[in-house]
Design a protein around this ligand. Structure first.
Ligand SMILES: O=C(O)c1ccccc1NCC(=O)[C@H](O)[C@H](O)COP(=O)(O)O
Length: 272
């Protein structure tokens, strides 16, 4: 059952997640006001730009630290996110994605900080970012990239957050799942555009969404395929359909050998 029913109104999975995200955010904001967070950012080293590596020929992998998810429940008992990220980097990952949402994904900003310290490749804060405060958090806790999901950023919010991300040195991964969302991502000027195979309102996964939407992404923007990879052949398909970068979570955390798996994903996609 992907929709819950509250007081006669259908609330999608994503709305349910966002309710929790906003509650937790209010708590953090009451502990550390925005001004203080901004002051802390002044002491943080400059971010890394992931785009030059993503633009190189071949496929880049963003490997994700993912403990659990709304669609699958518990995925892996990750007690050492930094160690996992190091294995990903040794396998050839171009960046690490860290899910920082706590309630549904079991992640945290502490995971982000631990991964940041452990690797010297760019790190993505993957969360449900809908406020400037969360972008400042991403910067302070060591992210180089931050996810902006078009579906949850109506009106001018997408442009505003994209502008702020750039201003504070973060590269935004702007994520779409439909033609309309993709148009908004392109019009907002996103350089790094993700097409998520997972419909976040229903949790259905359809990898071919990338194949259908990729012609709509202008030349020169970096194209990221997100979700739904179960093995090397899926990465190779995504790359063949036009993805420069593939973001993989579940298949890597369940693989038992994350370093070799990343290497194998890259090898098979580039030799097909
Ligand atoms: O993974 C979920 O079930 C999920 C549900 C609702 C919102 C977001 C969700 N996942 C976030 C992601 O985008 C994925 O973690 C990421 O793309 C990797 O996906 P996968 O390789 O399929 O684990």
């Amino acid at each position: 059952m992907n929709m819950r029913h509250e007081e006669g109104i259908d609330v999608s999975v994503l709305d349910g997640i966002l309710d929790g995200v906003l509650e937790d955010l209010a708590q953090r904001q009451s502990e550390v006001p925005l001004r203080e967070l901004q002051a802390r950012a002044a002491d943080i080293p400059p971010t890394m730009d992931p785009l030059p590596k993503f633009r190189e020929p071949g496929v880049s992998i963003i490997a994700e630290v993912k403990r659990k998810s709304p669609s699958k429940g518990a995925l892996a008992d990750i007690t050492d996110p930094a160690g996992l990220a190091s294995e990903y980097a040794l396998g050839g990952a171009s960046a690490i994605s860290v899910l920082t949402e706590q309630r549904r994904f079991g992640g945290s900003l502490a995971d982000l900080a631990a991964v940041r310290k452990a690797v010297d490749i760019p790190v993505l804060r993957k969360d449900f970012i809908v406020t400037p405060y969360q972008l400042w958090e991403a910067r302070v806790w060591g992210a180089d990239l931050a996810l902006l999901m078009v579906v949850s950023l109506p009106g001018g919010q997408l442009r505003d957050l994209l502008g702020l991300a750039t201003e504070i040195g973060l590269t935004a991964l702007v994520e779409a799942h439909t033609e309309d969302e993709l148009s908004r991502a392109v019009d907002a000027g996103a350089e790094l555009i993700g097409v998520n195979a997972r419909d976040l309102t229903t949790l259905n996964v359809d990898r071919t969404v990338l194949k259908r939407l990729v012609p709509q992404i202008p030349e020169g923007r970096v194209r990221v395929a997100e979700s739904g990879v179960s093995g090397p052949a899926d990465v190779a398909d995504y790359h063949q359909w036009g993805a420069d970068v593939v973001l993989v979570g579940e298949a890597l955390v369940r693989s038992g050998d994350p370093r070799s798996s990343v290497g194998e994903f890259i090898r098979q996609a580039t030799t097909r």
